[in-house]
Design a protein around this ligand. Structure first.
Ligand SMILES: Cc1ncc(COP(=O)(O)O)c(C=O)c1O
Length: 367
């Protein structure tokens, strides 16, 4: 009897549902024969990349026949200076997504427990699934991480906790003091992966000082990305900051050339472009207010967000509403897979994109 591919595959692959990304603009335009669509489905920066990153990219293009610097020396050191940590505490990833996976693969084995919120970034669940670890999911409270319940869910078998702040898909953040108390209270021998993909969108008074715990040597990996406010999602570059021994473990496991040379130089340039970051945050703030107000006027309940997207309850099946918006050239994200069947997630766009979105929502919802 020959074995089928399904039988040959790791049993942990059974039941693994592939990640479903936001629909690409080209696909929607081909399908509906339209143009000028707006994609508000993947929490990208609608202003595009930093001009400094674009300049650095053009200068680096002629060198792409060489392998990248596997250690990402220049970017690692730039990040270390930026965050005032030793370079040994910085690890680069092919997007922060890769680091979320690496930290899972580094620590989780069948029988280990991994704690995360039930409605948190779906990749945590996928990593738990492929490592064969036991999933311990904790419901959100008021669309926000319930840190007390998460602390209570930690047992002697827990090895890893994933926590997104701000959270995706809800856009909520926990108070900095609460998060710091949580990090203080987690047992010393449990690793926390604190996913701060949307950190730069937080107003300063909502930014926790998690790096303090890294400097103390806690088993904490703070994850950040260049995909969101820095506008480099297509290049795939993110980073983690953790105590040197934790970073060394991840470096042992990662591919030798996991981040490419263009991503490295663009990220280093974008990091210096404070003006682009500031402008992106300001456009986001205005757009978020506008969308919040307009969705309210359409009678939708919207979760108060501190990120670059909003979770709106459309009061009917979210996937159907997202599909109905497509012929209007508006791409938003259904989130039924997160157990939110009547919500959609809308990325804050430019003023024009936000207006397009509201007009299309009004038409689709018949308001
Ligand atoms: C909470 C969260 N973490 C991580 C990521 C992954 O980002 P990237 O791999 O592009 O850095 C995302 C992307 O949407 C996210 O929402």
């Amino acid at each position: 009897m020959t074995r089928s591919l399904e039988e040959l595959a790791s049993p942990f692959l059974k039941g693994l549902i592939p990640y479903s990304p936001g629909k690409p603009i080209e696909e929607v335009e081909r399908e509906f024969g339209i143009s000028h669509s707006v994609k508000l489905a993947s929490n990208e920066n609608p202003l595009g990349p930093s001009p400094l990153a674009l300049q650095a990219l053009s200068a680096a293009l002629s060198g792409i026949h060489r392998y990248p610097d596997g250690s990402g020396y220049l970017l690692t050191h730039a990040l270390a200076r930026h965050w005032e940590v030793p370079p040994e505490c910085v690890v680069l990833g092919n997007g922060s997504n890769e680091l979320l996976e690496l930290v899972g693969r580094a620590f989780l084995m069948p029988g280990d427990e991994v704690v995360y919120a039930r409605q948190a970034f779906i990749v945590y669940d996928m990593v738990a699934q492929v490592t064969g670890a036991t999933k311990v999911t904790v419901p959100l409270r008021d669309f926000t991480h319930d840190l007390d319940a998460m602390r209570a869910a930690i047992t002697p078998r827990t090895k890893l906790v994933y926590l997104a702040n701000p959270n995706n898909p809800t856009g909520t953040a926990v108070p900095p003091r609460g998060l710091e108390a949580f990090l203080q209270g987690v047992p010393q021998d449990v690793v926390v992966a604190l996913d701060e993909a949307y950190y730069e969108y937080l107003p300063p008074d909502l930014r926790p000082d998690a790096l303090r715990f890294v400097r103390q040597g806690r088993f904490l990996l703070v994850l950040r990305t260049f995909s969101k406010i820095y506008g480099l999602a297509g290049l795939r570059i993110g980073y983690g900051i953790g105590p040197a021994p934790l970073v060394a473990l991840l470096n042992r496991l990662r591919e030798p050339f996991n981040t490419n040379c263009l991503a490295q130089v663009a990220a280093a340039a974008a990091l210096q472009d404070a003006e682009h970051v500031q402008q992106s945050a300001a456009v986001n703030e205005a757009g978020r207010r506008y969308l919040l107000e307009q969705c309210g006027a359409l009678g939708l309940r919207v979760v108060p967000s501190v990120a670059n997207f909003l979770l709106a309850d459309v009061g009917r099946p979210g996937p159907a509403v997202a599909n109905a918006l497509l012929p209007h050239g508006v791409i938003v994200r259904p989130v039924a897979g997160y157990g939110l069947p009547t919500h959609v997630r809308i990325t804050v766009g430019t003023a024009v994109e936000n207006e397009r979105c509201v007009a299309a929502l009004r038409a689709v919802l018949g308001k």
